[in-house]
Design a protein around this ligand. Structure first.
Ligand code: NAD
Ligand code: MG
Length: 381
């Protein structure tokens, strides 16, 4: 039995992870964490009987403690509770499905405790990849990506890393593909939340509409696969069937295909290096009919260029890109910011920032806080 902790078990990746657990049958859940959804967490406790859970909001944790008093599950709270779940003795692998830089401390704690990581929380690598990757090597920890593109790249590279020339990372293009900047001006959160191919948490769905998600993923890939961002080429692929490709020194291009279903890369990460029975529908290429590819429209969607710039500057700059984005997306989701302002604010926050070049975790958190404050102040003007 593989023993896992799922951080962010009430979210899109978290619930799909538990769906994979149900299908695999030989995975035991020792810990679960959530921000505030204690109704769902209670159902998960009664089904999976974890040893420990943690709820971020203390008042919700207190309420849950009363509700599950008849079980053996211990209820913790706050960020310290998540860290305790991440480093829990007996856990083999931690699934990091928390959204945002909020997942950083727990991921670091899990690595320090020697846990293998099934990494969904890309913001951890974007903000602190230069700390996380060396630490994982030092601690002998394996990081298997859950993000579909990175799972595809990981699978395509296989054991041929030394021949890797370039990564071709695919992007669906999101709901506003083909539109020009003027057409984006009046887009609301309802328009932006309609993703063509994937059902995901609200934040990443907005990131997919702005293409910030692809920018974050390019930085994520840089850290995971040790490649300069100029060797990571994004390409719009509307059908989301090829999840990404790699080009080797001889010009051969290898990709991984599958239906757009996150349970596939989640199952791969949980069972790696094994492959088990399918967890989703088989791919029917005749039904798909055709696969299409387009360049990114960098004028309408400046996010990819901003992310590459942040990655090249390095240090605390990617944390500023990420923090400004998290704050702007949160504002957009409560109608406090226009769609096109999201990337404008990221660009301006980056311009205002003086990067620390070999940052500590505290420097990264300070840069994140500075970027958030910059966005709040800009929106309140
Ligand atoms: P989500 O919003 O659906 O779920 C987020 C989870 O994190 C929830 O369980 C929530 O309770 C918890 N959480 C939120 N804020 C927290 C905080 N401050 N402290 C502790 N816990 C907190 O998000 P999601 O779509 O599942 O995405 C999770 C991560 O996976 C993100 O980093 C995202 O980029 C990545 N990812 C998601 C998908 C997808 O299909 N949903 C695909 C690839 C990568
Ligand atoms: Mg992805």
């Amino acid at each position: 039995m593989k023993k896992i902790a799922v951080l962010g078990s009430t979210g899109s990746i978290g619930t799909q992870t538990l769906d994979v657990v149900d299908k695999e049958g030989d995975i035991e859940v020792l810990a679960l964490t959530a921000h505030s959804n204690i109704e769902l967490l209670e159902r998960q406790i009664r089904k999976y009987r974890p040893r420990t859970v943690s709820v971020n909001l203390p008042e919700k944790a207190a309420e849950l403690k009363v509700r599950v008093a008849d079980t053996d599950t211990k209820v913790l709270s706050g960020p310290e509770g998540v860290v305790e779940c991440a480093a829990m003795p007996g856990v083999d692998m931690v699934v990091t499905a928390i959204v945002g830089i909020a997942g950083l401390d727990a991921t670091l704690a899990a690595i320090e405790a020697g846990k293998d990581i099934a990494l969904a929380n890309k913001e951890t690598l974007v903000t602190a990849g230069d700390i996380v990757m060396p630490l994982s090597k030092e601690c002998g920890v394996g990081i298997v990506p859950v993000d579909s593109e990175h799972s595809a790249i990981f699978q395509s590279i296989s054991n041929q890393k030394r021949f890797l020339k370039r990564i071709i990372i695919t992007a669906s293009g999101g709901p506003f593909f083909g539109m020009k900047r003027e057409e984006l001006a009046d887009k609301t959160r309802f328009d932006a939340l309609k993703h063509p191919n994937w059902t995901m948490g609200a934040k990443i769905t907005i990131d997919s509409a702005t293409l910030v998600n692809k920018g974050l993923e390019i930085i994520e890939a840089k850290h995971l696969f040790g490649l300069d961002v100029d060797r990571i080429t994004p390409v719009v692929h509307r059908e989301s069937i090829i999840h990404s490709m790699v080009e080797f020194s001889d010009g051969s291009v290898i990709g991984q295909l599958g239906v757009p279903d996150m349970r596939l890369p989640i199952a791969y990460a949980l069972t790696y290096p094994m492959r088990k029975a399918p967890v989703s529908e088989p791919l029917d290429l005749v039904k798909v009919g055709k696969l299409t590819f387009y360049d990114i429209d960098n004028e309408t969607f400046p996010a990819v260029e901003l992310a590459k710039k942040a990655a090249k500057i390095g240090g605390t700059m990617p944390a500023v890109l990420n923090g400004a984005n998290e704050e702007a997306v949160a504002a957009f989701l409560r109608d406090g910011c226009k769609f096109i302002e999201i990337t404008e604010l990221i660009g301006r926050a980056m311009e205002a920032h003086r990067p620390v070049l070999s940052p500590t975790v505290d420097d990264i958190k300070a840069a994140d806080a500075e970027a958030r404050e910059f966005v709040r102040a800009s929106l309140n003007k």
